[in-house]
Design a protein around this ligand. Structure first.
Ligand SMILES: *[C@@H]1O[C@H](CO)[C@@H](O)[C@H](O)[C@H]1NC(C)=O
Length: 162
């Protein structure tokens, strides 16, 4: 029964897809085909077909979202609090690393890009860990999870740059 439903859904989806997906979107689908989070990947890539531009737009988006996260964090304490300070510094480090990623992309430095984006991803972990060490749940854990998934998507998309 479940299989039948699935098959029917697939057929309907395929029919709808062939009608409504433009060429550009279809190529965007290809770009995201092997992503860990295909839906998030598609959202980030939009109709972009060029892997370099797709990666770049993910990095710009991450910079904006990290700045937003930093602002959001201030609702949970002042910078007098050490754990808030750790998180704010992590976000600042991430923003710095993400800007370096843009330089790395421009200079076709794949290894540099990888290590800088991985560093940004680790910065989001550092923030949550700071709360964990106090035996507290990070109030920004959902935000940080999203940021890590976005960074992961950036790492994935860059592997298609040749
Ligand atoms: C970032 O990339 C640069 C190359 O532009 C590299 O020298 C540096 O080590 C990288 N930083 C990190 C944190 O990996």
């Amino acid at each position: 029964m479940a299989f039948k439903h699935y098959t029917l859904f697939s057929l309907v989806f395929l029919a709808a897809a062939s009608i409504s997906i433009s060429g550009a979107q279809a190529r965007g689908v290809n770009l995201c085909a092997k992503a860990d989070y295909p839906a998030l990947c598609l959202l980030l890539v939009k109709g972009e077909t060029d892997p370099t531009r797709a990666t770049e737009s993910v990095i710009y988006r991450l910079i904006r979202q990290t700045k937003k996260a930093k602002k959001h964090l201030s609702r949970f304490g002042t910078s007098q609090s050490q754990v808030i300070q750790v998180c704010q510094e992590s976000y600042d480090d991430a923003i710095y690393d993400l800007h370096t990623c843009l330089d790395n992309l421009k200079s076709h430095d794949k290894a540099g890009f990888n290590s800088n984006l991985s560093a940004a991803l680790t910065d989001y972990v550092t923030c949550d860990d700071a709360f964990g060490e106090l035996g507290e749940t990070s109030p920004v854990q959902n935000v940080n999870r999203k940021l890590r998934r976005m960074a992961g998507t950036g790492l994935y998309l860059e592997t298609m740059v040749h």
